[in-house]
Design a protein around this ligand. Sequence first.
Ligand SMILES: NC(=O)c1ccc[n+]([C@@H]2O[C@H](COP(=O)([O-])OP(=O)(O)OC[C@H]3O[C@@H](n4cnc5c(N)ncnc54)[C@H](OP(=O)(O)O)[C@@H]3O)[C@@H](O)[C@H]2O)c1
Length: 238
Amino acid sequence: MKKVVIIGASSGIGKALALRYINEGHKVGITGRRKHLLEELQLQFPQQVFIEAFDVAGTENIFHLKHLIDQLGGMDLFVYCSGTGEASKTLNLEIDQQTTLINVNGFVETTVYAFNYFVQQGHGQIVGISSIAAYRGNSWAPAYGASKAYMSNYLEALSIKASRMKIPVTVTDVQPGFVQTEMAKGNKLFWIAPLDKAVKQIFNAIEKKKRKVQVTKRWALIAWVLTWLPYSIYKKLN
Ligand SMILES: NC(=O)c1ccc[n+]([C@@H]2O[C@H](COP(=O)([O-])OP(=O)(O)OC[C@H]3O[C@@H](n4cnc5c(N)ncnc54)[C@H](OP(=O)(O)O)[C@@H]3O)[C@@H](O)[C@H]2O)c1
C-alpha cells in the first residue's frame, strides 16, 4: 500500500487521481482551500483519506505538508496539482502575481521538501501537473505559460539531480492539453479530453515512472509542433 500526497485534490484532475489511488487500495493525503470538498471525500473513505486544507499562496506550505505526511504515516508519492489559469488579457499584475504564487511558489516550496524527504528516505516519486502551455509564451495568460515552463524545467532538473545522486527517486512531468474540469473555460478549446480518460493516462504514466508525458496522447503532436514552430509563425497564431 502506497502513501500518496496530492496537493490540489479538492476538484478536477487531482480529485479524480486521488479517487483512482483510493480505488487501488492506497492511502491518500489531499489538500486544497475548499475544506468541505476534502471532507466529503474523507467521509466516503475514512480509513484511506487524510486531509489538510490550506492556501498554497500562503506562507505555511511546509508546515501543512509535514502535518499531512504525519497523518499518513509517511509518503511514497508526491503530486503537485494545484494550479490557477486566469487570463491576463490587459496584463493584470494581481492575476500574474497570484498565478506565480500558486503555480511556482507553492510548487517549488512543497516539491523541494518532498525531494529532500525522498532523498533521506532512499526512495520516492515526484509528479508535477504542468501543461502543454509550458512550451511557448502565451499572450493571453503570460504568467500561466511561464509558470508551467518553470515547472517542467524544474522537474527535468530534479530528475537529472536524482540520477546524478544515484538515488531511486523518479520524477514525472505531466503535460495535459485541455481536460474537462472547472479550469477548462473559453470557446477556443479543442481536443478536450474527458476527465476519466485523462486521469487514466496520468495514472498509467505515474505507475510506469515515465519522465514526461503529454495527456491525452495526441497532445504529443502539439508539443512537437510548438517546440519547432518558428517565432514568426507562432506570433501570428497566438
Ligand atoms: N483542465 C485543463 O484543461 C488543464 C490543462 C493543462 C494543465 N492543467 C493543470 O491541471 C491542474 C489541475 O487543474 P484542474 O484542471 O483539475 O482544475 P481545478 O478543478 O480547478 O483544480 C485546481 C486545483 O488546484 C487547487 N488550487 C487552486 N488554487 C489553490 C490555492 N491557492 N491553494 C491551494 N490549492 C489551490 C484547487 O483547490 P481549491 O480551489 O480548493 O483551493 C483544486 O484542487 C492545474 O495545475 C492546471 O494548471 C489543467
